[in-house]
Design a protein around this ligand. Structure first.
Ligand SMILES: Nc1ncnc2c1ncn2[C@@H]1O[C@H](COP(=O)(O)OP(=O)(O)OP(=O)(O)O)[C@@H](O)[C@H]1O
Ligand code: NI
Length: 334
């Protein structure tokens, strides 16, 4: 399999590594249904820095994809989004992705400065265009050379011959690689990749992860949404663990994997085959009926009466935050 050996220069100026690229502050998303409200994202704050690969992990339904869609203005009409998410880039004014409006998002941000690898590739592809046409048109629309089409296919591990297929002729894994190539075509400074390795076999999983990792080497940033903790451990600098709409722990990857502070993060790691291989006991709560306090408390071996109050994210020794009244001591010295 061919890989890109060098890191190409980005299409637009990038912030210096370590500078905040996206600051999310108090983000909330609710869906109004006929007789209830789904609180899919609650009071979520985080910073993504230039050159960083942040992995967001957590059980199915905890709000990962809704977070991604909120940042790109892709939520349906029954959604209400609150809070802020400011994109800072060296060549332009900071823009609040939550308040700037659909017009600005569509013209200036989505698929340009912020790219999305969607979780469902099959529905994201225009069915009447071949992969080659989709990719070359996207490159041209962003002022890039159409001759890069085949290279981009190779970069994502797609055989250029398969570019002549229509979406319905692609396997799930091929469609996945094509949507990744389409998201990369505009060379966004921030790429949000929502389960980008679904349907890929192990060598292609690693190929895709390494491709995302390399993007960060020129000052771009990647938010990788994944169920695959091993993937997060392999390529992410930092990991945010989401539980029932909130981030419960956000720390340096090595530190989190060595000594998780939140009981839920610890239980997730215990579910790994090379650890205890024990599923997290119990079920997550319904997002229509979240308890006022800690949402993990009913499943938590460390819970006390204090957990009836919601824990706020607080600093952990060694860096990062944990939202728990009774965090597991990490052994790190302040
Ligand atoms: N349009 C919608 N209307 C109502 N509820 C929605 C809507 N979209 C998502 N939800 C709900 O929001 C919650 C979070 O969904 P989301 O897709 O973000 O989960 P996820 O963490 O990405 O899960 P998975 O790992 O399975 O992809 C779920 O309870 C889901 O049912
Ligand atoms: Ni999802």
């Amino acid at each position: 399999m061919t890989t890109t050996e060098s890191v190409p220069a980005p299409a637009s100026p990038r912030a210096a590594a370590g500078q905040p690229l996206l600051t999310v502050d108090g983000l909330g998303v609710e869906f109004r249904l006929r007789d209830t409200t789904v609180r899919a994202v609650g009071d979520l704050s985080l910073t993504v820095r230039a050159g960083e690969l942040l992995a967001i992990v957590g059980e199915s339904g905890c709000g990962k994809s809704v977070l991604a869609h909120a940042l790109l203005g892709l939520l349906p009409a029954n959604a209400t989004t609150t809070g802020h998410a400011v994109l800072h880039e060296p060549d332009s004014e900071p823009v609040d992705l939550i308040t700037c409006g659909q017009r600005h998002l569509a013209r200036r941000v989505r698929g340009r400065r912020v790219g999305l690898v969607p979780q469902s590739p099959a529905t994201a592809l225009n069915p009447v265009r071949t992969g080659r046409r989709l990719l070359s048109e996207t490159l041209r629309a962003h002022g890039r050379d159409r001759a890069d089409t085949e290279q981009l296919a190779v970069d994502v591990g797609l055989d250029p011959a398969d570019l002549d297929r229509y979406p319905h002729e692609l396997s799930g894994g091929m469609a996945q690689r094509l949507v990744t190539a389409l998201a990369l075509a505009p060379d966004p400074s921030l790429l949000i990749a929502d389960e980008p390795t679904t349907g890929l076999d192990r060598p292609l999983v690693d190929h895709t992860l390494d491709l995302l990792r390399r993007r960060c080497d020129n000052g771009s940033a990647v938010v990788l949404i994944t169920h695959d903790l091993a993937a997060a451990q392999r390529v992410a600098e930092t990991v945010a663990v989401m539980y029932a709409s909130r981030i419960v722990e956000h720390r340096d990857t090595d530190q989190l994997f060595a000594a998780p502070a939140h009981p839920y993060a610890s239980a997730l790691l215990d579910a790994l085959p090379d650890r205890a291989f024990r599923a997290v006991p119990g079920d997550p709560p319904m997002l229509t009926a979240l308890p006022p306090g800690c949402a993990f408390a009913p499943r938590c071996p460390r819970r006390t009466d204090t957990c009836a109050d919601r824990p706020e994210p607080t600093p952990v020794a060694g860096g990062g935050t944990v939202a728990c009244h009774h965090p597991i001591p990490t052994g790190a010295t302040p």
